[in-house]
Design a binder for this molecule. Structure first.
Ligand code: ADP
Length: 213
């Protein structure tokens, strides 16, 4: 929200109801100047207009803060780029990728790029404190593997993925598409994104920043 949009929202809240002309007078501008701002606030649902009465505050802004999933955000609009390594990559290479890409979870793919598993920070740490040669051990050997991988789809509501993160106590869920040719019991997945705890936290922060008045 721009400063002026926030100021308009404040004014409408304070006045109860107020006409477009009165808002324009308040800001010493013409009605036309405010048209875009009023339409942003109206389409966001924060204010509404009644004929012959004027603009009024809907209260939606408070509800959105209480329920960040009110408008049913979908995975497709929030997914980040997935960071993948081949299952033949060494644990050493996986650790380097994790640092270079600044992520906490890597998705492991087969030679044909379909999802094979997931490797987390602690999976790598566990291997690193063992006696094995990190350059020799392939990530395929230490990853959590399919079919034990929790996945999500682009059309899934974001809240469902947030629930998965909590109930399975994981930091990240790969966003997948089912590849043609797999069976129902053994689906083959292409990895097209990731939803992480950061994704969900950012949703809260964005809402709080956008809605703060
Ligand atoms: P960390 O192990 O660094 O705390 P996580 O909590 O994400 O990170 O991972 C916990 C365990 O769950 C790890 O062994 C990891 O391989 C596994 N894991 C992570 N993400 C998934 C997922 N989407 N589906 C299944 N297992 C997962």
């Amino acid at each position: 929200m721009t400063n002026r949009q926030q100021a308009i929202l404040e004014l409408v809240k304070k006045e109860g109801t107020i006409t477009g002309d009165q808002i324009a007078d308040h800001f010493n501008v013409t009605r036309a100047t405010l048209r875009a701002d009023l339409s942003v606030l109206t389409s966001a649902g924060f204010i509404d207009a009644r004929p012959r009465v004027g603009y009024y505050y809907t209260g939606l802004e408070r509800k959105a803060l209480r329920d960040p999933f009110l408008d049913n955000p979908l995975v497709r609009d929030f997914k980040a780029v997935p960071i993948v390594v081949k299952e033949t990559s060494s644990v050493y290479e996986a650790i380097c990728t994790m640092f270079l890409e600044d992520v906490g979870t890597l998705y492991v793919v087969k030679e044909d790029n379909s999802l094979a598993g997931v490797v987390s920070r602690k999976d790598l740490l566990k291997t690193a404190i063992g006696k094995m040669d990190l350059q020799e051990v392939p990530v395929g050997m230490i990853m959590t593997r399919i079919p034990n991988i929790i996945v999500c789809y682009e059309d899934d509501p974001l809240i469902e993925v947030a629930q998965k993160l909590i109930s399975f106590q994981i930091d990240s869920v790969p966003v997948v598409r089912v590849r043609e040719g797999g069976s129902k019991d053994n689906p083959v997945y292409d990895v097209v994104g990731r939803i992480t705890k950061t994704t969900i936290t950012r949703r809260f922060v964005d809402l709080a920043n956008g809605l703060r008045v």
